[in-house]
Design a protein around this ligand. Sequence first.
Ligand code: R5P
Length: 297
Amino acid sequence: MQAPCVFLAFEDEWALACKIAQAAGWPLLRVERHVFPDGEIQLRLPPELPARVALLRSLNDPNRKLIELLLAARTARELGATHLTLVAPYMAYMRQDVAFQPGEAVSQRIVGQYLADLFHAVVTVDPHLHRVHRLQDAVPIPQAWVLSAAPLLSDFAFQRCPDLLLMGPDEESEQWIAQGARQHQLDHAVCRKIRRGDRQVDIALPDMPVTGRAVVLLDDIASSGQTLAQAARLLRQAGARSVDVAVTHALFSGDALQRIVNAGVGRVWSTDSVAHSSNSVSIAGLVAEALLQACPA
Ligand code: R5P
């Protein structure tokens, strides 16, 4: 008898895939990938699939992975899948939610529609929703599970530093700070940020004393690391006893991690939504719970 639902994953996300599959009690099967010398990709899926299939692909390195999703989803349908769930712990292209200049592509809407055309359901963690508040307004798909790692990360930080001050580096982080602070009634605040370019941000600290405080900066994404580095530098200058960082998605492009450490950050923690040396907290249990709702036996 075929399993009611299988979980597919690529080799480079196998560690997270194993944890999710084990927590959900689902069979895990591999998508094989070959990259030709000219960069084209060939995928091979298990040749027989049940009606319900979930595919793990966290969308860091998005341009390559979006093509993989196109190939994988279309092939899965040809092989028998009739209900496809995308598990994208990190959902890319969510930050460009309006055209700031005439003629700019609103990537969130375009990529969202692309995913909605391929999949029936999506499970994601802390998507960067700012001016668009509901994921389904960005990804118009019948079923969407939006999970947050903020409580897991703040709990992890609290265990290591019970007197912490939880701080968001910008106004957009308010949603995660509120969730993270709630369970342990943590002192919390957010900074204000003006972005002047890809790698240039100006940050203003909130109007509250930080002298002698152990601050944990919590955010959804560390990309260039400028946001966290700038906030950490100001906090240290203002007398914070320590500054640690907790992020859901550890993109850390180029020398981002070093930049953050150079700014005076002690510890850097992240979830395993994107594989990185800073991974300290697993989202596998959260994702598995959502999957069991998305694809009941
Ligand atoms: C945007 O506001 C996000 O929440 C992050 O703060 C931002 O994407 C981080 O980018 P970077 O690390 O390049 O400063």
